[in-house]
Write a protein that binds this ligand. Structure first.
Ligand code: ATP
Ligand code: MG
Length: 393
């Protein structure tokens, strides 16, 4: 609030074609610390209100050219001026149509000759009403924004709830299935004599081991996602390019025979949590690595598109491969936990990787999306808010 606003109790425009009336009201009101402007005609009043609307208008009815009723009617028909309360001024000896005064939008009237306490009481009353209205509007605004926040929280809770449901299903259903396999084949082993290396017992052992591995993987994935949910973000500049190189080294060691043309753009960095970005890139690059395993002349690229939309100056990062790709018609749920577009017999996995990546990007206030084509590869994009926005937000 400016000093002026603190001192002035309100900005009032008086409109009267008789200078003495103007002068008198001006005196009364300025003495009470109101900011007062005066004009002698309806035309001037309309012009002034358009440029700089007052808080309140005292408007004479009987004026040449354009009378008070008409001035009021015009004020009320314009968006910028319709909120200004109008108190009509009328002389006792004039014919004053009160019904018409209220019909055209007046809120009160004062009769001449002026009774000073009455003038002040009526003016103060209107200005108080304006203040109360403003306070209510502000409260309303606050409630609206609280409501919006609650709505956002509700949406987040719904997402978390869906994840929990998926976990529940995963834990109860899938782990139980794998345990049944372990139990069943252990029984086979027991019945066949596990020291006899028959084909049947060999097969049973393979099933037991792979079921055990899957359970281990599920538990690992679940704990990774829980870890992300419980993390306090440790914001700093993160060198994504060097993280990518580390991940690639580890991937290349895992299968020696693969030849991949890696195209890593250097010096790509973001402002975020380094551990979480390691996990995100690990998932995206591991996917690119995994879903190119059956392709020839494999190229995997990590790069960025600069200022694609100009205005917000945000970089878009992408990981692109030329592997098996996927059908865009099925892309809708690709980021949901445990959703897989390829079968386990073609490519192993639990379907939690992209849900994890999405969670990390969302935690940083960013967005992620992808495109793909069957047998022509896939590209995953992510975009993050500017560092300044994160600092302020
Ligand atoms: N680069 C890619 N190319 C083709 N399909 C992909 C690619 N990345 C992901 N997908 C598809 O999206 C699905 C979900 O990916 P996500 O990483 O979540 O799970 P996953 O790789 O199957 O298992 P994991 O949890 O072990 O990562 C995959 O099953 C696959 O069908
Ligand atoms: Mg994956």
């Amino acid at each position: 609030m400016t000093d002026y606003q603190e001192i002035s109790k309100g900005d009032i425009l008086i409109v009267d074609d008789i200078p003495e009336n103007l002068e008198l009201l001006f005196q009364i009101l300025t003495e009470q610390n109101y900011e007062v402007r005066r004009v002698l005609s309806g035309h001037q009043a309309l012009k002034i209100t358009e440029i700089d609307p007052p808080d309140l208008m005292l408007l004479d009815i009987k004026m040449p050219e354009i009378d008070g009723y008409e001035v009021c009617r015009q004020l009320k028909s314009h968006k910028n001026t319709q909120h200004i309360p109008v108190i009509f001024l009328s002389a006792l000896n004039e014919t004053f149509d009160k019904v018409k005064a209220f019909q055209v939008g007046g809120v009160d009237y004062i009769t001449k000759p002026f009774n000073i306490p009455e003038v002040l009481a009526r003016v103060e009353n209107q200005l108080q009403l304006i203040k109360t209205k403003k306070r209510l509007e502000e409260k309303n605004q606050k409630l609206l924004s609280i409501n919006q926040q609650l709505e956002l929280q509700k949406q987040e809770l719904e997402i978390v709830n869906k994840e929990l449901e998926a976990f529940n299903h995963r834990v109860c259903h899938d782990i139980r299935n794998e345990l049944a396999i372990i139990q069943g084949f252990s029984q086979v082993l027991l019945e066949n004599g596990y020291h006899n290396k028959t084909e049947k017992s060999q097969e049973a052992l393979t099933y037991i081991i792979s079921a055990g591995k899957l359970i281990e993987q599920i538990i690992k994935d679940l704990s990774r996602l829980t870890y992300i949910n419980s993390q306090q973000l440790d914001f700093q500049i993160v060198d994504l390019s060097s993280i990518a190189h580390n991940i690639i080294n580890t991937l290349e060691k895992s299968t020696l025979h693969r030849v991949i043309d890696w195209k890593i753009r250097e010096n790509l960095s973001v402002y975020g949590d380094p551990n979480l970005f390691y996990i995100a890139l690990d998932n995206l690059l591991s996917n690119a690595y995994k879903y190119t395993a059956t392709s020839d002349n494999v190229e995997i690229e990590f790069g960025s598109l600069d200022n694609i939309n100009g205005a917000d100056n945000q970089q878009i990062f992408y990981i692109k491969d030329n592997g098996v790709g996927f059908d865009m018609e099925k892309v809708e749920k690709i980021f949901a936990p445990f959703v897989r577009l390829h079968s386990n017999s073609d490519f192993e996995g639990t379907g939690i990787g992209l849900a994890t990546v999405q969670k990390i990007i969302h935690l940083h206030g960013g967005k992620i999306w992808c495109e793909g084509e069957v047998n022509r590869g896939a590209t995953f994009y992510f975009q993050l808010p500017n560092k300044e926005l994160m600092d302020n937000g």
